[in-house]
Design a protein around this ligand. Structure first.
Ligand code: HDL
Ligand code: ZN
Length: 417
C-alpha cells in the first residue's frame, strides 16, 4: 500500500483524476460512419447552440438573419461579438479557448483561418483519435434518435460501428409526441391502432425490441418536460408502464430519464431556445418504488431539484444519479452539486457527462470538470485525513475509477433480482 501524506494529497489527487480514463455516458457525438452527423472543428465549436444564445444578447442582427448566414459566417459573427468585442468569460466561450489551446494552437493570433487550416489538415479519423486521446475519453456513449431519417438510415444499412462508440436508444418522439409518432410506426409496419389496445401495446414493444436488437444499446433514454408526472391518464404514462418498463426489465437495460426541460420558450432560437423548469419528484418516487427491478439513470435540469434527487438516491439502489446537465454544466454549479452528492452518497454517483455535440468539446468539458472534481475530492479526503484515517493511493485510484467509469458499467450489469 502506498500511504499519502496530507501534504502530498492535492498533487496526488490531481494526478489520479487526470490519468483516469473516462466513460462519457451521455454525448451527442457520432463516429465518422454517421457522415454529416459527426461534427468537429472550429466552425462547429463556435456555432454550438450555447453560443448562439449568448451572441443574440449582443448582436444587432435578428435571429432570422443569423440563420440565413452560412456556418462559417455564423462562426465569424460569434467570434467577433463574443470574443473580440467582449471578453470571452462565459463558460461556453472559455470552452472554445480551452479546446483551441489543448490542440496546441497559438492563442495569440486570434485568427480563425489558422484554426480552420489546422482542422482541415486532419482526416476525421485522425482528428477523433487525437481528441479522444488528449481528453482521455475511452468510451463515448451516443444519443441515437431512431426517429431521425438520417440516423435511422445508418442503422438500417447495417454498417459496423467503431467499438469505442456505444448506442443509446433515445425515444423522445415516442414518449413526448405519441399522437404523431403513431403514424410513423404504422408506416414502418407496426400495427398500432388508434386506441391503446393489447395489439398497440404489443406492437410498440415489438418496435422497441427490434431496435434494441439492431442497435445493442447500453440503455434507453428520454428527455422529459418539467411538468412530467407518472402515472397519469396520458399516452406517455401508458407507454412507460406497458411497453418501456417491461422491455427494459426483460432486456436488463436501464431507463435514463432527463427531467426538467421547458420546451422552446423562444422557438426561433432552435436548439438554443429551450428553458428550464423545476419538476415534481413524485413521478420518480413512484417509478423507483413501484418498479424495483428496473434500473433508472436520472439527471435533472433544475438546480432546485438537485437536493431532492440526491436524497432520493439514498432510498433507492435502482437509481443512479448522473451528470450536471446543460445549464448546470458551469463551474459554480458543478462544484456545488459534486460536493453535495459526495456528502450524501459517497462515491456512488456518476458526477459528470459531457453532452458534447462537437468532438473538440471533449477537451474542455472534461478538463474543466476534472479540475472541479479534483478540488472537491481534495477537500473531502483532507477532511477524513484530519480524523487520522490513513489515505492509500490505491484506494483513491479505486474511488476515482468508480466515479469516472466503473459506476456506469457496474450499474449496467447490476442484478436486482
Ligand atoms: O436532450 C438532451 O440530451 C440535451 O442535452 C439537449 O440535446 C441539449 O440541446 C444539449 O445539448 N444540452 O447540453
Ligand atoms: Zn444531451
Amino acid at each position: 500500500m502506498n500511504n499519502l501524506t496530507r501534504e502530498s494529497l492535492p498533487e496526488a489527487i490531481r494526478q489520479i483524476v487526470h490519468q483516469q480514463p473516462i466513460t462519457d455516458m451521455h454525448t451527442h457525438l457520432y463516429p465518422p460512419e454517421f457522415g454529416g452527423l459527426m461534427l468537429r472543428g472550429i466552425d462547429e465549436l463556435l456555432t454550438y447552440h450555447y453560443l448562439v444564445a449568448e451572441v443574440m444578447r449582443w448582436s444587432d442582427m435578428s435571429i432570422e438573419q443569423f440563420w440565413m448566414l452560412n456556418k462559417q459566417e455564423q462562426a465569424e459573427h460569434i467570434w467577433q461579438k463574443l470574443f473580440l468585442e467582449h471578453s470571452p468569460v462565459s463558460e461556453a466561450c472559455r470552452g472554445v479557448l480551452t479546446s483551441i489551446q489543448a490542440m496546441g494552437m497559438d492563442m495569440k493570433s486570434r485568427d480563425l483561418n489558422q484554426y480552420r487550416q489546422f482542422c482541415a489538415a486532419l482526416s476525421a479519423e485522425e482528428h477523433i483519435n487525437l481528441l479522444l486521446q488528449r481528453s482521455n475519453v475511452e468510451h463515448v456513449v451516443m444519443t441515437n434518435d431512431v426517429f431521425s431519417t438520417e440516423e435511422r438510415n445508418v442503422w438500417l444499412s447495417g454498417k459496423s460501428i467503431d467499438s469505442r462508440f456505444h448506442a443509446v436508444l433515445r425515444l423522445d418522439p415516442l414518449l413526448n409526441d405519441y399522437s404523431r409518432t403513431k403514424s410513423l410506426l404504422q408506416g414502418w409496419g407496426y400495427q398500432v391502432e388508434e386506441e391503446w389496445s393489447e395489439i398497440s401495446q404489443a406492437e410498440v414493444r415489438r418496435f422497441l425490441l427490434d431496435w434494441i436488437d439492431r442497435m445493442n444499446p447500453l440503455y434507453v433514454a428520454v428527455s422529459l418536460p418539467s411538468t412530467f408526472v407518472f402515472p397519469d391518464d396520458s399516452d406517455r404514462s401508458r407507454l412507460i408502464a406497458d411497453c418501456l418498463l417491461p422491455v427494459c426489465r426483460e432486456r436488463d437495460l436501464p431507463f435514463a430519464l432527463m427531467i426538467g426541460v421547458k420546451n422552446k420558450v423562444h422557438p426561433a432560437l432552435g436548439d438554443a431556445g429551450y428553458y428550464v423548469g423545476k419538476a415534481e419528484t413524485g413521478a420518480l418516487e413512484h417509478l423507483l418504488m413501484r418498479y424495483p427491478y428496473n434500473k433508472f439513470f436520472v439527471t435533472m435540469l433544475s438546480r432546485e431539484n438537485q437536493h431532492e434527487l440526491t436524497v432520493l438516491a439514498r432510498k433507492f439502489r435502482n437509481l443512479m444519479v448522473f451528470g450536471c446537465w446543460w445549464f448546470l454544466n458551469n463551474p459554480v454549479l458543478i462544484g456545488e452539486m459534486t460536493r453535495m452528492r459526495l456528502e450524501l452518497l459517497g462515491t456512488s454517483v456518476i458526477p459528470q457527462h459531457s453532452d458534447a455535440r462537437v468532438f473538440d468539446q471533449l477537451l474542455y468539458k472534461w478538463s474543466h470538470s476534472k479540475q472541479i472534481i479534483s478540488d472537491v475530492l481534495i477537500e473531502k479526503y483532507s477532511d477524513i485525513a484530519d480524523t487520522g484515517w490513513q489515505l492509500e493511493r490505491e484506494e483513491i485510484e479505486r474511488d476515482v475509477a468508480d466515479l469516472l467509469h466503473n459506476n456506469f458499467w457496474n450499474f449496467l450489469s447490476k442484478k436486482l433480482r
